[in-house]
Design a binder for this molecule. Structure first.
Ligand code: ATP
Ligand code: LTN
Length: 331
């Protein structure tokens, strides 16, 4: 499972709600493209999820569902390492250490922190602020070469690189400097209700996001209600952000260029675009949903997968953690 000659990728999704097509097109689909060429670590980042309030029963269910989704999308646990972040103690340990090498100013600039802290009112958990340090630790613990994520995570990745470079220059070469892997059109799937905002699983308006597990009727309803404009032309440009978003989702499935879609839909109305997109989404998602439901019935199998994942992840990450501790001067 760990081939010395292959480069490594690391990525993760928070079990903080129902996964959306933003997670699917922005992250998981790109993992699938890379999975055979790299040593892969795909993590369910539950430590990250508790930076906002979670209900224990729901969190427990969602952690397993995210694992079931990884498997249902075609990630083979015999080839990739699938594990749950809180099972591998090295993540929290390195995170503390790197807390001491990260500056308040750097964290205050993070857009995700600014946005999320506005939503939680006056009592902002410190974890929400230090969240990018935990993410840096996830990545740096595996000598990661490449991190496939949506473009909302670019800033966090740059911080991870800065922290790694700082540590390396203080103590000599320790961490590998990771590169982002962000695919243009799918890197930012927007809200169906406000196409200027990222689609997010924690949005309060259910109609703004499409879940991977949404049934046919919900897909139909949400796409047909999605916000467009009054221009009436199917054109890929920033003045029509709603249509641009629908085209981006469509081409994430068909592999067309925006221009090809514009040409195909010349003279046609928004209704036709929405109809085709709806049926493509149903075809794409329903086989995955069936598989997720099967995996969720087999909790023993899920346990087998995450237990094996945890063991490998610990062995690999503890090597780096020990090196870090030695360099700092711990005994
Ligand atoms: P939350 O809403 O709880 O903050 P989220 O759905 O925004 O969560 P994460 O679980 O933090 O996302 O993200 C997992 C991966 O999915 C990341 O790589 C992220 O960049 C990607 N991603 C999330 N939302 C989108 C989106 N709308 N478009 C493209 N990629 C996305
Ligand atoms: N912060 C990420 C989730 C995440 C992650 C990671 C992604 C946590 N650790 C390591 C890639 C690599 C997010 O999508 N909000």
């Amino acid at each position: 499972m760990n081939n010395q000659n292959m480069k490594t990728i690391f990525s993760g999704i928070q079990p903080s709600g129902d996964l959306t097509i933003g997670n699917y097109f922005g992250a998981i689909k790109n993992w699938l493209k890379l999975k055979d060429e790299y040593n892969c670590f795909f993590c369910i980042v539950d430590l990250h999820a508790i930076t906002v309030k979670q209900e224990p029963k729901k969190l427990r269910e969602k952690i397993l569902e995210v694992l079931a989704i990884y498997l249902a999308c075609g990630i083979d646990p015999n080839k990739s390492n699938l594990f749950i972040q809180s099972h591998v103690s090295t993540h929290a340990e390195l995170s503390w250490i790197l807390n001491c090498y990260t500056y308040m100013g750097e964290l205050s600039r993070m857009t995700q922190y600014k946005e999320k802290s506005l939503k939680v009112g006056e009592s902002i958990p410190v974890g929400l602020f230090t969240y990018p340090i935990l993410m840096a630790s996830d990545i740096l613990l595996y000598n990661t070469d490449l991190v496939p994520v949506g473009s909302d995570q670019k800033q966090h990745l740059e911080l991870a690189r800065d922290i790694a470079e700082r540590f390396n220059s203080l103590y000599s070469e320790t961490f590998k400097i990771p590169e982002p892997y962000i695919v243009q059109n799918s890197s930012r799937i927007m809200s169906l209700q406000n196409p200027l905002k990222k689609m997010s699983k924690s949005d309060e308006n259910e109609n703004s996001y499409l879940k991977i597990m949404d049934d046919e009727n919900s897909i139909k309803r949400k796409i047909s209600r999605s916000i467009t404009d009054s221009m009436g032309v199917i054109s890929y440009n920033d003045d029509q952000p709603g249509i641009k978003n629908l085209i981006n989702i469509l081409i994430s499935i068909t592999g067309e260029t925006p221009k090809e879609v514009e040409e195909r839909f010349e003279g046609k109305g928004y209704g036709e675009l929405k109809k085709e997109l709806t049926s493509l989404l149903i075809d794409e998602l329903s086989p995955i949903q069936k598989q997720v439901n099967e995996f969720m019935k087999n909790k023993d199998y899920l346990e087998e997968v995450y237990t094996k994942g945890k063991e490998t992840a610990y062995i690999v990450s503890n090597k780096i953690l020990r090196k870090v501790k030695r360099k700092i001067g711990f005994i």
